[in-house]
Design a protein around this ligand. Sequence first.
Ligand code: AMP
Ligand code: ZN
Length: 468
Amino acid sequence: MLRLTNTLTGKKEEFIPIKEGTVSMYHCGPTVHNYAHIGNLRAYIFADVLRRTLEFLGLDVHQVINVTDIGHLVSETDEGEDKMTRALSREGKPLTLAAMRELADFYFEAFKNDLIALNIKLPEHFPFASDHIAEEVALVQKLIEKNRTYQTNDGIYFDTAKMKEYGKLGGPTADNSEHSRIPPNPQKKHPRDFALWKFSAQGGELGYDAPFGKGFPGWHIECSAMSMKYLGETFDIHTGGIDHIPVHHNNEIAQSEAATGKPLARYWLHSAFLTVESGKMAKSEENFVRLQSLIDRGIHPLAYRFFILQAHYHSPLIWSWEAVEAAQSGFESLVLRVADLQTEVKNVSHQALPTDPDFFLEAITDDLNTPRAIALLSSFLEEKLPPNAKLATLYHLDEILGLRLKELAEKVRTIPSEILAVKRERDTLRQGKKFQEADALREEISSQYLVRDLESGTAITRRLDPSL
Ligand code: AMP
Ligand code: ZN
C-alpha cells in the first residue's frame, strides 16, 4: 500500500488508481526560456522516485511532462512580460514564433540532458504548449460557451466568482495580486481572475489565430488542455513545486472542472523548494546554479540526486556548495561499499535471491520517505548476511532510488593497466618496507584513484567523478 500526502485534502492517503494496475500522472514541466536550475530539477527527481515506486509496486505508469514554450508571463498572475519574449530579447534573437520555438528546442534539449544525467526516466509524452494550440483554443471556447469567462481589452478571463469552490488546494488565493510586483489589470473583475487567452499587442504580428482574437494561451490553460488530451478528463496524479499550489494549480482545477464538470486529478502532490540562503533559487535571479555548474566542480550528477533524496520531498532543502560536496563524499562511500561487496563476491550471481525488501518499502511507501529508506539501506549493508544477498537486494531497491549503484561500483573498480602497474610497483615497495616511496607513488595517482590498504590486501578504485 502506498500512502501519499494529497494537497487537496491535506492528508496522507492511500493511493488507489482509477483503473486497476495503471497510473496516469502529469508533472508541470519547465518553462524553457533558460536552462533549468538545480531547484527545478528537484521537482523531477521527486516525480521520478514516485514513478519508480509505482512501477516497483507493479503498476503501469503513463506519464506526461509538458513543455511551457509560450504564454508564461513574468508574474504568476498573468501580468508583465512574456518569459519567452524576454528571453528572445536577452539573446538578441528576432521576435518571431519560429525564433521562439528554436529557443524552446534548445533549452528543452538541455533540460532533457539534465534528466538523463540524473537517471530520471523520460516520460511517455513531452508535449509542447505551442503544438497544442487547437486543444487550448477549444478549451477556452468551451468555457466561453459555458459562460464562465469575460473579455477585457487584453484577453479572455476566467470568472472565478462563478465558481463556488475556487481555490480548492488552498494557498493565499483571495487576492493574489499581492504576490505580484506588477499592478493587476484594472479591467479584471477580481484580482484572482486569470487569463485564458491574452491578445497580441495592438497591431502586433506575434500570436496564434483564434475565433476570439489573435494571441497566446494562458499558462494555466495549456496544462489543462495537454493533461486532458494525454491522460483523460480525470487522471490519477498531478505534481508540481509548492509554488504552483495557490495560483497555477488552483486555476488549472477551476477551468478544467468548469469545462468538464469532473475533477481534474485525484491526487495533487507538491515538492518543496531548494533554497539558497537569500531565499528561493529562481531562473530570474542571479543565484541560479545549473547541473552543469555542479559537474564543472567535480560533483557527479547522481551525487546531486543522492543529496535530494536525503531530504523528504516535503521539506525545504538549503543548498550550499559545502552541503553538495558532503553529499558527494557520502555517495562515494556508498559506491565504494558496493564496490567492496562486488569484489568480495567476485562473481555476483544475479539470480541470488534478494532478502525481504520490506524494511525499505515500509519507508518508501510511507509518502516516499527517501531519507529514512537510504538510512535503512546503509544499515542493511552492514548486517551479517552473505554479500551476494546484500548486493541482490541493493540492486533490486536501487530500481526505486535510481542511483545506478551497480554500474557505478563496477566503473570505480575498472582500473587501466598502467595504473595497475603502479599498484604492483607500490606493493613491491611495501613488501620491501619502503613505505615512504610507496606513499609517494600513492600520492602520484591520488587525484584520480583511491588506494586503501585493507586486511585483505591493497584495494584500488577510481574516485567518483562526473565522467563516470
Ligand atoms: P519553471 O521552469 O519555472 O516553470 O519550473 C519548473 C518546476 O520547478 C516547477 O515544478 C516549479 O515548481 C519548480 N521549482 C521552481 N523553483 C524551484 C526551487 N527553487 N526549488 C524546487 N523546485 C522549484
Ligand atoms: Zn502546469
